[in-house]
Design a protein around this ligand. Structure first.
Ligand code: CAA
Length: 262
């Protein structure tokens, strides 16, 4: 399908300035095939370019955020197929190019590529029934969308090795304790919590929100000295925004800031 066609495997809606994308392939527990990932990438890019949107949420169903890459679709691939075509995860990098914040609201299974997709988002809010795992080892493969790199950065080597080598799942409580998720809430409060966080982010100055995201990602992906210098440059640059004047003037004059996102 082309990037402009109506999506079939996701649904897209807005709540105020928040773009909400729901993975919608319920019979396959939201298994991530090429079409779904293309639709997801296109929806994220559309929201990213939309002046009316300040933050995005990706969510799934109660039973599954996503149970991984589509095993049926890749079962008969050879090395030559996947290597030459860069198959399975070739269009996943789009998610990382999005500059506005993306929150993963996870309930149920987030396994394999589903866990990797959640980790590509800026932070994860989990329902108390969420289960995270990298079970690829059981299929005779390894994680292929950044799992071996992002999981140890999030939870440390010991738990990442445990999960990647045994394929065991982590429940929501363990995931929060380990630093993989930022909050755990009852299942029926998941979307309220995610929307609350997203709407709060939308209220803040968009340039400073985007700069904060870039800087934290720099910490996650690079070295300390480089990250501190990068942060300093953006910190200084924000003094060129009208929102910085507004935010500080509001504080000094004991009133609520009203940001214009510029
Ligand atoms: N791909 C394709 N189909 C999947 C799927 C996947 N990753 N996960 C589940 N499904 C399908 C099942 O085949 C089943 O379809 P049918 O009804 O047609 O048989 C349907 O979804 C429901 O699944 P189950 O009957 O298995 O449901 P369950 O509640 O008994 O078990 C589960 C749930 C534990 C998540 C189990 O489905 C499971 O283990 N799924 C596979 C998880 C996995 O291995 N993920 C990693 C994939 S590889 C990867 O992601 C590579 C990468 O790094 C990019």
């Amino acid at each position: 399908m082309s990037e402009t066609a109506t999506p079939e495997l996701i649904t897209v809606r807005t709540e105020g300035r928040v773009g909400v994308i729901t993975l919608n392939r319920p019979k396959q527990l939201n298994a991530l095939n090429d079409q779904l990932m293309t639709e997801l990438g296109a929806a994220l890019q559309a929201f990213d370019g939309d002046e009316g949107i300040g933050c995005m949420i990706i969510t799934g169903s109660e039973k599954a955020f996503a149970a991984g890459a589509d095993i049926g679709a890749m079962a008969t691939y050879t090395f030559a197929d996947v290597y030459k075509g860069d198959y399975i995860t070739r269009n996943w990098e789009t998610i990382r190019s999005v500059r506005k914040p993306v929150i993963a609201a996870v309930s149920g299974f987030a396994l394999g590529g589903g866990c990797e997709l959640a980790m590509m988002c800026d932070f994860i809010i989990a329902a108390d029934n969420a289960k995270f795992g990298q079970p690829e080892i059981k299929l005779g493969i390894i994680p292929g969308a950044g799992g071996t790199q992002r999981l140890p950065r999030a939870v440390g080597k010991a738990k990442a090795m445990d999960m990647a080598l045994t394929g065991r799942m982590m429940d929501a409580i363990e995931a929060e304790r380990a630093g993989l998720v930022s909050r755990v809430v009852p299942l029926d409060k998941l979307m309220d919590e995610a929307l609350g966080a997203a709407l709060m982010i939308c209220e803040f100055s968009q340039p400073s929100v985007m700069a904060a995201k870039e800087c934290v990602n720099r910490a996650f992906e690079g070295g300390l000295a480089d990250g501190v210098m990068f942060e300093r440059r953006l910190f200084h640059a924000l003094f060129a925004t009208a929102d910085q004047k507004e935010g500080m003037d509001a504080f000094v004059n004991k009133r609520k800031a009203v940001f214009q996102h510029q």
